[in-house]
Design a protein around this ligand. Structure first.
Ligand SMILES: [Zn+2]
Length: 526
């Protein structure tokens, strides 16, 4: 594979321009990183221009992943294999309340030592410089996270903020937005966001007022209190800019499956009332988070690192956890919903297997395995939870306000940074496969491209239009499909032929590991 020239044409494609208009045959000329012309085939004089044949293929704007956790992984592994191989050219990081800037210096130091980067960062501006120094293959923009701000200002404490702490957090958020952050995110099941009440988040979100930057939330509940949590999200968005992105929308657990219709109805009612609302979703029915989130009270009120220290130093504390697990069980349904996704090489062969199978193989009870994992790993390591309903997945994806989001960080395809949930490699093609059952392909493509780009005020991308940045995906719409599964989580998607970022070929299915590095850090000023 060789680098593309500064000027080239992709010829005779079926063009989905991202507006939602039906496809048209076209030649697209790219020059100096931008789309120079879009015309019907053979209308342009392309003598002397290098041509890439798009015959039999479709061309769309690069896909926009609004729910990424590549904050640090893009710096460590800038090739972004898991993302670019599914057609993603832009990632929004800083989701679920957690951003890489405004973190403690020791956390940053760890990333720097691992990568050998010379720069250091503190705020969004210096973080952006570090990302650019790493030369990622994809573009990246960042949200400012509530948990990160709270952790920096007050530490991990279960109490309300003092007014001076609130002022400090608002100031940091304001500064981040001025420096180009795309919005404000919360993760209200995580620490220390879990300790906040609605008023706290509303007051912080008020910094967004007057801008068109969204409040993006991993809601306080996606299970028994999901309807209340959605109302809370509306209320917070109203005190902000009136724009809300619901992260990985779902209703978990059989008791709550029936609530999906009410959720959708409430979203649409609030849209009619004037809120701008979108929701993202990965097209799978199991989640991916820590083992800690399925541990009963009071253990799930303690942040994972503190709990780990307690368990490591006290046999009595371990016994207490064991007895609690035996008595109360998993708070995310039955044990057979829990899947081991521990990335430690010694457990890698159990990746994707039910936790019961792992416990049995190790000669432990499930409760004993929980105690072991929570003692040995921060937050107990990764786990997946099969708590969603297939029918609801289809229901959410059938709505025009639902866009894809991987909820994953970019990782290499060789497994050198561990494995991940299949969503890491397969989300966009798998989303396409389901969503096109309910809507024309052109609307599905719009939801993967210009809708999220516009929602996050990235107006230079998301469309195939002369003058805009040349982020493009050449694909086969018949075979486009996600191939990653729990058994083979790094399987590459099918049907993505070529991906271009800022006018440069960045991925080709002919040589999947070949890469070029032309991603930019995207800042939004408004
Ligand atoms: Zn989340």
């Amino acid at each position: 594979m060789k680098a593309s020239p500064d000027c080239f044409a992709i010829c005779e494609v079926r063009l989905y321009d991202g507006t939602g208009n039906p496809p048209v045959p076209a030649d697209v000329v790219v020059k100096d990183g931008r789309i120079a012309a879009v015309e019907p085939p053979r209308k342009l004089n392309l003598t002397g221009t290098e041509k890439i044949s798009g015959s039999g293929l479709s061309l769309a704007p690069g896909f926009v992943d609004v729910h990424s956790h590549s904050d640090r992984s893009l710096i460590k592994a800038p090739g972004a294999d898991s993302k670019i191989t599914q057609g993603i050219t832009t990632e929004v990081v800083g989701n679920c309340g957690s951003s890489a800037f405004w973190t403690k210096p020791e956390d940053i130091h760890e990333t720097l030592t691992e990568t050998g980067l010379k720069g250091h960062w503190k705020d969004l501006q210096t973080y952006a410089a570090a990302v650019e120094e790493a030369h990622p293959a994809v573009n990246v923009g960042a949200l400012c996270g509530h948990n990160t701000l709270r952790e920096l200002v007050t530490g991990n404490v279960d109490r309300a903020l003092t007014s001076s702490e609130m002022q400090q957090m608002k100031e940091l958020l304001r500064e981040s937005l001025e420096q180009g952050a795309l919005g404000f995110s919360s993760g209200l099941i995580y620490f220390p966001g879990k300790y906040s009440d609605t008023d706290e988040v509303k007051e912080l979100a008020s910094v967004l007022r007057g801008s068109s930057k969204p409040y993006v939330t991993h809601m306080r509940s996606e299970g028994n209190q999901v309807l209340e949590a959605l109302e809370e999200a509306f209320e917070i968005a109203r005190s902000g800019s009136g724009k809300l992105q619901v992260s990985h929308i779902k209703a978990t657990g059989p008791n709550n499956w029936g609530k999906a219709k009410t959720m959708a109805a409430r979203i649409e009612e609030e849209q009619r009332n004037g809120l701008q609302i979108k929701a993202d979703r990965y097209p799978y029915i199991f989640s991916h988070t820590s083992l800690l989130v399925s541990v009963p009270e009071p253990f799930n009120r303690i942040d994972g690192l503190t709990l780990q220290k307690q368990l490591q130093s006290s046999p009595e504390r371990r016994e207490e956890l064991l007895q609690t697990m035996i008595k109360k069980g998993c708070i995310r349904g039955d044990w057979d919903n829990v899947i081991c996704m521990n990335n430690d090489p010694q457990y890698r062969h159990f990746y994707g297997k039910p936790i019961e199978t792992v416990a049995e193989a190790l000669g432990l009870s499930v409760a004993e395995l929980y105690v072991k994992f929570l003692t040995d790993y921060p937050r107990g390591g990764s786990a997946a939870y099969k708590t969603m309903l297939e029918e609801n997945l289809h229901f959410f994806l059938s709505h025009d306000w639902c866009t894809p989001g991987t909820d994953a960080s970019a990782i290499p395809m060789d497994g050198s940074m561990g494995l991940c949930h299949p969503r890491g490699f397969g989300t966009f093609p798998a989303f396409y496969q389901i969503a096109k059952k309910y809507a024309p392909v052109e609307s599905v493509i719009r939801r993967m491209t210009s809708d999220p780009a516009r929602f996050f005020n990235i107006f230079d991308r998301g469309l195939v239009k002369a003058g805009l940045a040349a982020d493009l995906v050449l694909f086969d719409e018949e075979t486009l499909s996600g191939q990653a599964t729990l058994d083979n989580p790094t399987a590459l998607s099918q049907g993505i032929a070529k991906v271009f970022v800022n006018g440069h070929l960045a991925y080709s299915a002919e040589e999947p590991s070949w890469r070029s590095y032309h991603g930019k850090f995207l800042k939004v000023k408004n």
